[in-house]
Design a protein around this ligand. Structure first.
Ligand SMILES: C[S@@+](CC[C@H](N)C(=O)[O-])C[C@H]1O[C@@H](n2cnc3c(N)ncnc32)[C@H](O)[C@@H]1O
Length: 268
């Protein structure tokens, strides 16, 4: 079951790689920059960037550690890693690896960071504990997650559109996930403290996306939501897009909450 979920996640992001970059300037890059702002990589440091995607946090971190430092950027998806290698051609201290980071073996990092990745792990707690164990004693960890229902509205309108176009029942609600229990600042801080971290802090990074038709569709095709399109016949995707945009208009959705929680701590 966990393997099926992993394959599904990889498939969604493999297909999304090019559009993921296009959505980047609206969504991934500002969040990656905010994550790195808290993580504060310094010249010469060794950094692990887990679930790196196309480098929204790995690239700024690599620029900050400079040529004497190193960033290992790890992602499950080959197309994401290919895109990151292209984007980082002039940043030799960034090494992009296609791998499952929940079994990443190297350790002793000064900083372990992950923007919008840890909730994809089949076991979010075990995967996060593994990432923490990759930091050296005294090293920093920074993990960014969505706050509350951020982004959820886009998935709901997409689900409605797919059901209408494919004449299938509306999607069942997502099964309960640990993420639902820790997606507020105080709960997230408590969960990070339970991981054995010292000096835990959570900062709220408020953000909203203006849902022009272009951005609204990029939110679908340039993110994990794209996985839902896999079951839609190719010749029906344009119609799904029209229904999705109409559904947003019908409900007066002009902005999408994209607020994140940036949690940080130190491995004792
Ligand atoms: C929402 S994206 C975020 C990417 C990037 N950190 C950013 O902020 O733009 C989540 C990424 O996590 C990756 N991912 C999910 N599970 C993973 C795992 N077990 N190991 C490595 N990467 C994983 C996906 O392939 C995807 O690229």
């Amino acid at each position: 079951m966990a393997d099926d979920r992993q394959t599904e996640i990889r498939g969604a992001f493999d297909a999304a790689a090019a559009d993921f970059t296009a959505l980047g300037r609206y969504l991934w890059e500002p969040i990656g920059t905010a994550t790195v702002g808290i993580a504060d990589p310094r010249p010469g440091e060794r950094v692990l960037d887990a679930c790196c995607g196309t480098g929204a946090s790995a690239l700024p971190a690599a620029r900050l550690v400079g040529p004497t430092g190193q960033v290992d950027a790890v992602d499950l998806s080959g197309p994401m890693i290919d895109e990151l290698r292209r984007l980082s051609a002039d940043v030799p201290q960034l090494l992009a690896h296609e791998a499952d980071v929940t079994t990443w073996a190297a350790d002793g990092y000064d900083l372990v960071q992950s923007a919008l990745g840890i909730f994809f792990f089949p076991d979010m707690t075990a995967g996060t504990d593994h990432l923490i164990s990759r930091a050296r004693p005294g090293g920093r960890v920074v993990f960014t997650i969505w706050q509350g229902d951020a982004m959820a509205a886009a998935g709901q309108h997409l689900g409605r559109a797919i059901a209408e176009v494919t004449n299938t029942p509306p999607p069942a609600p997502r099964p309960p996930h640990l993420f639902d229990q820790i997606n507020q600042a105080d709960l997230y801080a408590a969960w990070l403290s339970e991981r054995g971290l010292a000096d835990v802090e959570v900062s709220v990074n408020e953000m909203a996306l203006t849902m022009t038709p272009e951005v609204a569709w990029l939110v679908i095709v340039g993110s994990g939501f794209r996985g839902a399109l896999a079951k839609v016949p190719a010749d029906a995707v344009d119609t799904v897009r029209e229904h999705y945009l109409a559904s947003l208009r019908h409900d007066g959705v002009t902005e999408l909450d994209a607020t994140t929680l940036i949690g940080s701590g130190r491995r004792p």
